[in-house]
Design a protein around this ligand. Structure first.
Ligand code: KDG
Ligand code: MG
Length: 437
């Protein structure tokens, strides 16, 4: 080890030792938490219907913690980041120091932010919260501050090629107790549309093999969407929450028009109306419509949302724990959002594993400014690989009361589903121009 390196278990110079005497002369009794030394960590990849990457951190107490490290279509980049650059630094460190380890990985890398880095950081963070809950024998939501509600309202995904199909599919979700449903339909004149599923009550956006290509026309889409929501409101009335995802495809003024035209149908939210690299775009949309706006599933840190939140340009922030560096960072993001009346609406697509779903549900049960949780059901094979304590009942999810996150990883079952290369599709305009999707 170089002479200026800090050994993994060293105490930083400004730490107060547990038995220190205070300035007043009185003896302080700082309770010392049990040290939990990391002895090793392993990264697993499995494909029970789709690819998942899982980090397992082991400790000297025999306890292990699990973190999701799945980055849809770029899975192996995170595997390598963890194996080559993170795990060697974790061994020997104290797993109970979650905040310190977060900053070690975030500040210590020098190369901050970005989806690969932040997914890896999130995986470690989830595993450490899981470990702390297991070590203390409590579910993670208790560590965060306890339950603020009795259940977590979830929304499901209804889609179909035609408006009639979507109307039927929304009905199937309502029959299952959902109070909120996202509705996406094929667009007349376009051969296929991203967001329209291939099965009933199940939707998987990635496809095995190399990326397929869709053709897109914004004008055809804009002409069609209001029809879909008029039909849904006419059929199901005003009680059900309806949501819609534009997948970052509009310009600000097109989004403003769509928001206005959807106002009579009272959407719960219009999601990802524009590409959000440019946060200022939302000022234009906001000036024109009262349709609530949600964004953030591709964000990585608080800085991606800072303008959106502090200028109150959005109503819901969708960054998941998996993309946003885990519980440790996202609780700071949520706290900032609370000050500005912005609620959470975590991404919960199938490409986030049951570990992220479990972590999200602990967070959702606690977070004061909870809005809604996306819930795309996983395959039965996925549920076997990741047995979990969370459950769905009558439109609400609950994380359960198992210690930690309440989700496990069956290594043997997982091994029978080897990795298969898969990608999200790409989107081209009718003249062949590569477009946003
Ligand atoms: O990996 C990308 C998918 O998770 C995403 O396209 C799904 O937009 C999505 C959503 O809202 O769930
Ligand atoms: Mg989305």
């Amino acid at each position: 080890m170089p002479s200026n390196a800090t050994p993994p278990d060293s105490t930083p110079p400004d730490d107060t030792p547990p038995d220190a005497t205070s300035a007043s002369g009185a003896s302080t009794s700082v309770p010392s938490t049990e040290r939990l030394t990391i002895t090793g960590a392993e990264v697993f990849v499995t494909c029970p219907g789709r690819n998942f990457v899982t980090l397992r951190i082991e400790t000297d107490e025999g306890l292990y913690g699990l973190g999701d490290a799945t980055l849809n279509g770029r899975e192996k980049a995170v595997v390598s980041y963890l194996d080559e650059h993170v795990i060697p630094c974790l061994v020997g460190r104290d797993a109970s120091r979650i905040e310190d380890l977060w900053y070690f990985l975030y500040r210590g890398a020098y190369w901050r932010r970005g989806p690969v880095t932040m997914t890896a950081v999130a995986a470690v963070d989830m595993a450490l919260w899981d470990l702390k809950g297991k070590a203390l024998g409590v579910p993670v939501y208790q560590l965060l501050g306890g339950a603020s509600r009795t259940g977590v309202m979830a929304y499901g995904h209804a889609s179909g090629e035609t408006v009639d199909e979507v109307v039927d599919e929304v009905g199937r979700y309502l029959d299952r107790g959902y109070r909120a449903v996202r509705a996406q339909s094929g667009v007349p004149g376009l051969p296929s549309t991203y967001g329209v599923g291939r099965g009933k009550l199940f939707y998987e956006p990635a496809e095995q093999g190399l990326p397929s290509e869709h053709v897109w026309s914004t004008s055809k889409y804009l002409d069609h969407v209001p029809t879909l929501f008029r039909r849904l409101r006419d059929t199901y009335g005003s009680d059900v929450h309806l949501l819609h995802d534009a997948h970052h495809r509009l310009t600000p003024i097109q989004a403003a028009r769509l928001g206005q035209e959807l106002e009579p149908h009272r959407l719960f939210w219009l999601e990802d109306a524009v590409p959000a690299e440019n946060q200022e775009s939302f000022r234009i949309i906001r000036q024109h419509t009262t349709t609530p706006l949600a964004v953030g599933e591709v964000f990585n840190t608080i800085y991606d949302a800072q303008t959106l939140v502090t200028e109150q340009l959005i109503d819901y922030l969708r960054t998941s724990l998996l993309r946003g560096g885990g519980i440790t960072h996202m609780r700071k993001v949520a706290a900032l959002a609370e000050l500005y009346n912005v609620k959470t609406g975590f991404h919960g697509a199938t490409d986030l594993s049951p570990i992220t779903m479990a972590a999200a549900l602990h967070f959702d049960l606690w977070v004061p400014n909870f809005g809604i949780q996306e819930y795309m059901r996983h395959t039965e094979a996925t549920k076997e690989v990741f047995p979990h304590a969370y459950s769905f009942d009558d439109g609400y999810l609950h994380p359960g009361d198992a210690p930690g996150l309440g989700v496990d990883y069956d290594v043997e079952k997982a091994a029978s589903y080897p990795y298969e290369r898969a990608y999200l599709p790409v989107n081209r305009l009718e003249d062949g121009t590569l477009f946003h999707w």
